[in-house]
Ligand binder design. Structure first.
Ligand SMILES: Cc1ncc(COP(=O)(O)O)c(C=O)c1O
Length: 445
């Protein structure tokens, strides 16, 4: 008899699943599993409860296994498992898009659906190219990203990403890409609360880049409003506004990659609203279904939509789409997540908790070798002085202490990343900083 397959029982042989973004050989020597979850907590197969301080992977904004989302997925799976959106339709995708554009910034009345954040980013980059071509400016082909950016792992997104070790294995990637400087300025901005005061001039570097490549060759600039996987870097005050002005001056589209910041993380539906800057395209994913079913999307401004809708009616506006664009299960999960966000006031809750979160994180400053603490909305980062050891070793040690103390956080390089579900309460914020404090004290000892 073969062993029964159960999520509560890890198999003896872990070889076949080649894990993504993971040191497979190391993981498989000392594996760590979660097998259940509820609200703010994961459970391990041996019955430990672990507080999730990063919402899975910046995505479970409504908390784990929210009963309304679970029920919506369950019901949908038994009603319509799959229908394509290529030239036919099912109503749920339209209902869902209507609901998302209701909470989108003004001037965004259309939503394209994809299966992930990476697909959303690649789609948005293609839309920018197609938009210019439709206007007779097909020579605008350059895409500008930023150092320390993470835009997923598709060829397009990776080409505008700015984390070198993630690109190094994959060759030249897309031609005609450039990168702005990142905005991390420890000398002037360390321990800033919220948006740092210094650094609007990092946006002026765009003018320098445009001078070098000729602005008429540039299709789009893409930035995360708050760089996430690059270390949680809130934008300096005035920076995004300055980028917007420069893009406008040169007819360049501005794309906000809101895969992390979308759906409430900064206390408003999108960072564009929280920070008061209007891009031309907004990518999203993650919180869209509260992480429950894979989904990504691109919110399309009227300007781009109308520009792309000038051709013959019988021809697709975009030669682009995915088998899973508008998947019924994802739409059901997304609609339920939107209901939960609205009915439980979770975006408002994030806004209300943000100052408490800020105070709690900044209280860690003197407890160990801390180089910087950053926060915005319910995002946070503790940057640790790496010391003389291997890069990232101390941050990883600190994350391990947190796990021993029942708190799951992520170490990225020398930085501890925090992005909790929006249902977090003040006691749980305290639990997170207590655990990090223990880790920091251990480093200092
Ligand atoms: C800003 C940003 N863009 C894109 C992505 C890629 O999303 P996915 O992993 O769903 O492809 C991520 C993932 O973390 C992200 O943080």
């Amino acid at each position: 008899m073969p062993d029964a397959i159960s999520i509560d029982v890890p198999p003896n042989d872990l070889e076949a699943f080649w894990m993504p973004m993971t040191a497979n050989r190391r993981f498989k020597k000392t594996p760590m599993f979660f097998s259940a979850a509820e609200g703010m907590y994961y459970a391990t197969p041996d019955g430990r409860r672990v507080l999730d301080a990063i919402a899975g992977l910046w995505c479970v904004n409504a908390g784990h296994c929210h009963p309304r989302i679970v029920e919506a997925i369950r019901a949908q799976a038994g009603k319509l498992d799959y229908a394509s959106s290529f030239g036919v339709g099912h109503p749920l995708a339209f209902h869902f898009a209507n609901r998302v554009v209701e909470i989108a910034p003004p001037g965004f009345r259309h939503l394209f659906l994809a299966g992930s954040g990476s697909e959303a980013v690649d789609s948005a980059l293609k839309f920018a190219l197609a938009y210019h071509r439709a206007r007779g400016e097909g020579h605008r082909q350059r895409l500008i990203g930023r150092q320390r950016a993470y835009h997923g792992v598709g060829f397009g997104g990776l080409s505008v990403s700015g984390i070198g070790w993630q690109r190094a294995q994959f060759g030249a990637l897309l031609p005609a890409t450039s990168h702005l400087p990142h905005t991390h300025d420890l000398a002037r901005n360390a321990f800033s609360r919220g948006q740092p005061a210094h650094g609007v001039e990092f946006a002026d570097a765009l003018e320098g880049l445009l001078f070098a490549v000729d602005p008429s060759t540039v299709a789009a600039v893409i930035v995360e409003p708050v760089a996430g996987a690059g270390g949680v870097l809130p934008p300096p005050q005035g920076y995004l506004q300055r980028l917007r002005e420069i893009c406008d001056r040169h007819g360049i589209l501005l794309i906000f990659d809101e895969v992390v910041t979308g759906f409430g993380r900064l206390g408003a539906p999108f960072a564009a609203q929280a920070l008061g800057v209007g891009p031309d395209l907004i990518t999203c994913a993650k919180g869209m279904t509260s992480g429950t079913v894979p989904m990504g999307g691109v919110l399309i401004s009227d300007r781009v939509h109308d520009g792309l809708s000038q051709g013959p009616e019988a021809v697709p506006e975009l030669a682009h789409g995915y088998t899973y664009s508008g998947h019924p299960l994802a739409c059901a999960a997304g609609l339920a997540a939107l209901d939960v966000y609205r009915d439980e006031g979770l975006f408002e809750r994030a806004a209300r908790l943000a100052p408490i979160w800020e105070d709690a994180l900044h209280g860690l400053r003197t407890l160990g070798p801390v180089r910087d603490i950053r926060n915005l909305g319910l995002l946070g980062a503790i940057e640790i002085d790496g010391g003389d050891g291997a890069p990232g070793e101390r941050a990883r040690a600190c994350a391990e202490v947190c796990l021993e103390r029942g708190v799951f956080i992520r170490a990225l390089g020398d930085t501890l990343i925090l992005s909790p579900p929006l249902v977090i309460d003040e006691g749980q914020i305290g639990q997170i900083v207590d655990a990090i404090g223990s880790g920091l004290r251990r480093l200092a000892a």
